[in-house]
Design a protein around this ligand. Structure first.
Ligand code: NAD
Length: 439
């Protein structure tokens, strides 16, 4: 099929590439000319495992194109995806101006000669946005244009997006238009995954309800971790015991610094706002947010308690990305922690396998911060090591080397990455989340 994706970011680029990989002809549109130039040169603007090769192969096969022209995109695509940002506003509601703009632009490029078109929202949007997209396209398109609107929320995880897209747990398609559903079934035919067809409102709600539930699991285990700390228990064992119950499952029960990234914080805020707007306030989610917000501060207090003051302390920070296997530092707890320590006068030397360029470009960190590619060099003469992102290379660190390089052998592990037995053997003083300290 001929597909167009408007918005070539994390979601647009990865999903467009995967649609090309299964045989569709894809045009990816972005209004950022720098991004399109980069892609046309054969470079990839983001780090996502496996993506660079797939882009290269599908461009070479003639199935994947990039352009800044929405008009070209609309001309090429029988199915037109919208994958633009939906950032939060100050009151927690979603800024839908990017979606509205794209809906208008699509409408103005459509002509009756194009024939029937399907307009699919892949961005995460509040329930009833599909209705607004339909009204907007209807209002701005010339008379006689035929189209259907679909909600097809995206569930990919950054860091394993390619695999998530090619082998999804489920595909959710919401539409009130039978013809649009036929197109969507054909589009997803090459994928081996259960397809759930719903009305458009339900599909939109599924995305916010799913992300909120995952965030709830994270905050739940973090609250349990705090109880474990007070009681001298081990949250890793507790999580294992809970997770062995198939009704609960072990995934997303990892105690740590809480959730960050470009999706969870904004989506939970949005769902709280949506529930209030609909007159059904979702108080439970406010508590999920509060626990999450407090988690980084609790960790910082733990560090402060041992270091006494941050001023004139050199801190080695392992991790900048909001999670492993990505370069994305948007709403990263690691970055928040770094800024708080810098504000209190610490000097921070940070490392991350992929996040250094993005942190330099986007994180606005201010203060005495330097970066190094070498995770061990970051430790030289430092007063403490803080682990803030769960990269496997940090978990596999040579702890004797860590002890040798640190000025004082203090380690604060915000992701419970290290094995307490190894820590003991290396004679490190060690504080993690919801596990007994080793001092
Ligand atoms: P992103 O910022 O990485 O990409 C969005 C792209 O849209 C940018 O490249 C931007 O230049 C482009 N854009 C903006 N306005 C445009 C316009 N008028 N015409 C053409 N291009 C335009 O964002 P993202 O992370 O890909 O997220 C997009 C949506 O998908 C959001 O709603 C997000 O919540 C949702 N989502 C994200 C993820 C994720 O892991 N990143 C997962 C699931 C859903």
């Amino acid at each position: 099929m001929n597909i167009t994706i408007i918005g070539t970011g994390y979601v647009g680029l990865t999903s467009g590439t995967c649609f090309a990989e299964v045989g569709h002809n894809v045009t990816c549109v972005d209004n950022n000319p720098e991004k399109i130039e980069t892609l046309l040169k054969g470079e990839i603007p983001i780090y996502e495992p496996g993506l660079a090769d797939l882009v290269k192969q599908n461009v070479a096969a003639g199935r994947l194109k990039f352009t800044t022209s929405t008009e070209e995109g609309v001309k090429n695509g029988d199915i037109i995806f919208i994958a633009v940002p939906t950032p939060p506003q100050a009151d927690g509601s979603v800024d839908l101006s990017f979606i509205e703009k794209v809906a208008r632009e699509i409408a103005q490029c459509l002509t009756p000669e194009h024939g029937y078109r399907v307009i699919v929202d892949k961005s995460t949007v509040p329930v009833k946005t599909g209705d607004k997209v339909e009204q907007t396209v209807r209002r701005y398109a010339p008379e006689g244009v035929q189209f259907g609107v679909v909600s097809n929320p995206e569930f990919l995880r950054e860091g394993c997006a390619v695999d998530d897209l090619l082998n999804p747990d489920r595909i959710v398609i919401g539409s009130n238009d039978e013809k649009a559903l036929t197109y969507m079934h054909k589009l997803y035919e090459p994928f081996v995954a259960p397809v759930l067809v719903t009305d458009i409102n339900s599909a939109e709600l599924i995305k916010h309800a799913a992300n909120s539930f995952l965030a709830l699991k994270i905050s739940y285990i973090n609250a349990v971790a705090n109880i474990c700390e007070a009681a001298g228990a081990d949250v890793e064992k507790v999580a294992e015991g809970i997770g062995m119950d198939k009704r609960i499952g072990r995934q997303f029960l990892n105690a740590g610094l809480g959730y960050g990234g470009s999706c969870f914080p904004k989506d939970i805020k949005a769902f709280i706002n949506i529930s209030e707007t609909l007159g059904q306030p979702f108080g439970l989610l406010k508590e999920v947010e509060r626990i999450n917000f407090d988690q980084a501060d609790r960790f910082l207090n733990k560090i402060r308690e041992k270091l006494w003051v941050f001023r004139e302390k050199k801190i080695a920070l392992w991790g900048l990305a909001f999670k492993q296997n990505t370069d994305d530092v948007r709403e990263s707890v690691a970055v928040t922690l770094a800024q708080k320590m810098l504000d209190e006068g610490a000097s921070v030397i940070a490392t991350d396998p992929q996040g250094i360029p993005t942190a330099k470009k986007f994180s606005n960190l201010t203060g005495d911060i330097t970066f190094t590619e070498d995770m061990y060099a970051a430790l030289d003469g430092a007063d403490a090591l803080i682990i803030a992102t769960e990269w496997p290379q940090f978990a596999a660190a040579d702890l004797c080397e860590v002890a040798k390089r640190l000025r004082t052998p203090l380690v604060f592990d915000g992701r419970n990455l290290l094995d307490p037995e190894d820590v003991k053997a290396a004679k490190l003083e060690y504080y993690s989340i919801g596990r007994p300290a080793i001092d």
